[in-house]
Design a protein around this ligand. Structure first.
Ligand SMILES: *Cc1c(COP(=O)(O)O)cnc(C)c1O
Length: 392
C-alpha cells in the first residue's frame, strides 16, 4: 500500500474528528465538547442536528431520494416559491455548491448578452480578495495568486479591480461590460464589508451601462447579517445572485436566483445538473427558508450580532497585543488580529472553541444563527482564554 495520504492532501487539517453535534456544540470522538463558532464555514446556519431539519431530511429520505430533473420535483418547486416570494428573484436554478452557482451565474450573464445580440460583451468585473469557488471559471473570476497558480490557461474575460475602489470601477465599467460580480461582505477575503453607499453606486453604474449585477451571497446570505440577504441593507437588488452554504443547513445545496430579464438566455437545454435540486436537499432547504425568512428570526440575528460585537470590542480592549478591531455585520464577524489568526485558531482548540481564519489577518466568527446569549458569552470567555495564552 502506498504511503501517500489516501485522502488527497489539499487541506492542512486539525487533528480533530467530530462524532456528533447539538446546536452550537460539536462533540469530538473522545467526548470533548467544542463551541462551534465556525459552523462548517457558515453552513450549519441552524446548528448541528437541528430537530426540524433532521425531521425534514428523514421524512424525505423514507420517500424518494433522487429522480432527475427530467421530472417535476415538488420539493424543488416549493423551495423556489419560497425564494421568489422572499427576494428580488423571478426564477431559481438549484446546484449542489457555491462553486456551481458561480459557474451558472457567469454563464447566465454571458448568455444574456449573446441572446441580446451582443455576443462580444463578455467582460466581467470582479474584485481583489474575492472568493467565488474553485472551478476553473470561479478561480479565473477571483484571480487570487494562491488559487490560480499552475492551473492555467485561465478562462479569459475577467478583470479584477481593488475591492472598494469606486474610482477604479467608474473607470473600468462601460457599455461593453457584461457584468459586475461582487460579495457584499467578503468572507474568505477577511470579513470585508462593502459600504452600503458603494453597493448603491455599483447598482447605479450597472443601470447606466446595462451591465448585469451579480452578487455572491454564498457566505453572507441566508440570514447571516440579520437580513435574509446582505444586499437588502443597501436597499438595492441584483440581477443575479449566488446562494449556497447556509441554505442547506449542512446538506449540500446551492442556488442561482435571477430576474426574468437576466435569465432570458437560459432556455431549455442550455444548462443542467444531475443532482441539483434533488428532493433531499430541497426538502431540507425549504425548512431552512421557512425558519430563516421569518422577520422575528432575522431580528434575533441582528440583536445577537450586536451583543456579540459589543462583547468582542471588550475582548479587543483586553488583548491589545492580540487583536486590533472587530468588523462585519450580524453574526458574520471578524477579529482583525495583530498575530497570525491561525495561532488563535490553534489556541482555540485548547479552549474548546472552533473558529476559522481568513485573509487579511482576520479570525472569523460565523456561529449557527440559533446561538443563544449565554452561548455568545461563553464563546467570548473561551476566546479570552485563547487570546490570554498568546498575550505578550
Ligand atoms: C464558500 C464560497 C463559495 C464556494 O462555495 P462552495 O460550496 O465551497 O463551492 C463561493 N463564494 C463565496 C463567497 C463563498 O464563501
Amino acid at each position: 500500500m502506498s504511503e501517500f495520504p489516501h485522502v488527497l492532501p489539499t487541506y492542512n487539517r486539525a487533528p480533530l474528528a467530530f462524532e456528533r453535534g447539538e446546536g452550537v456544540w460539536a462533540i469530538a470522538q473522545d467526548g470533548t465538547r467544542y463551541l462551534d463558532m465556525g459552523a462548517g464555514i457558515a453552513v450549519n446556519a441552524l446548528g448541528h442536528a437541528n430537530p426540524d431539519l433532521v425531521a425534514a431530511l428523514t421524512e424525505q429520505a423514507g420517500k424518494i431520494w433522487h429522480v432527475s430533473n427530467l421530472y417535476k420535483i415538488p420539493q424543488q418547486e416549493k423551495l423556489a416559491d419560497l425564494l421568489v416570494e422572499n427576494t428580488f428573484a423571478d426564477t431559481v436554478f438549484f446546484t449542489n455548491s457555491g462553486t456551481e452557482a458561480a459557474e451558472l451565474a457567469i454563464k447566465m450573464a454571458r448568455k444574456y448578452w449573446d441572446h441580446e445580440g451582443q455576443p462580444e460583451r463578455v467582460e466581467i468585473l470582479t474584485f481583489e480578495g474575492a472568493f467565488h469557488g474553485r472551478s476553473t471559471g470561479a478561480i479565473a473570476a477571483a484571480g487570487s495568486e494562491k488559487m490560480v497558480k499552475g492551473f492555467g490557461p485561465l478562462m479569459p474575460g475577467f478583470r479584477q479591480l481593488p475591492f472598494g475602489d469606486m474610482d477604479a470601477l467608474r473607470a473600468a465599467i462601460s457599455d461593453r461590460t457584461c457584468a459586475v460580480m461582487i460579495e457584499p461582505i467578503q468572507g474568505e477575503g477577511g470579513i470585508r464589508p462593502l459600504p452600503d453607499a458603494d453597493l448603491k453606486e455599483i447598482r447605479a453604474l450597472c443601470d447606466q451601462t446595462g451591465a448585469l449585477l451579480i452578487l455572491d451571497e454564498v457566505q453572507c446570505g441566508m440570514g447571516r447579517t440579520g437580513r435574509l440577504f446582505a444586499h437588502e441593507w443597501a436597499g438595492i437588488a441584483p440581477d443575479i445572485m449566488m446562494v449556497a452554504k447556509g441554505i442547506g443547513g449542512g446538506f449540500p445545496l446551492g442556488a442561482v436566483l435571477a430576474t426574468q430579464k437576466a435569465a432570458s438566455g437560459m432556455v431549455a437545454g442550455t444548462h443542467g445538473s444531475t443532482y441539483g435540486g434533488n428532493p433531499l436537499g430541497c426538502a431540507v432547504g425549504a425548512r431552512v427558508m421557512e425558519i430563516v425568512a421569518d422577520p422575528d428570526f432575522l431580528a434575533g440575528v441582528s440583536r445577537k450580532g450586536a451583543l456579540m460585537r459589543q462583547k468582542l470590542e471588550g475582548l479587543v480592549a483586553a488583548h491589545p497585543d492580540v487583536f486590533e478591531s472587530v468588523r462585519g455585520q450580524g453574526l458574520m464577524l471578524g477579529l482583525k488580529c495583530r498575530i497570525a489568526p491561525g495561532d488563535l485558531v490553534k489556541a482555540g482548540y485548547d479552549a474548546q472553541i472552533l473558529t476559522v481564519a481568513a485573509a487579511d489577518n482576520v479570525l472569523r466568527l460565523l456561529p449557527p444563527l440559533t446561538i443563544t446569549d449565554e452561548e455568545i458569552a461563553e464563546a467570548v470567555d473561551r476566546l479570552d482564554k485563547a487570546a490570554g495564552a498568546l498575550d505578550g
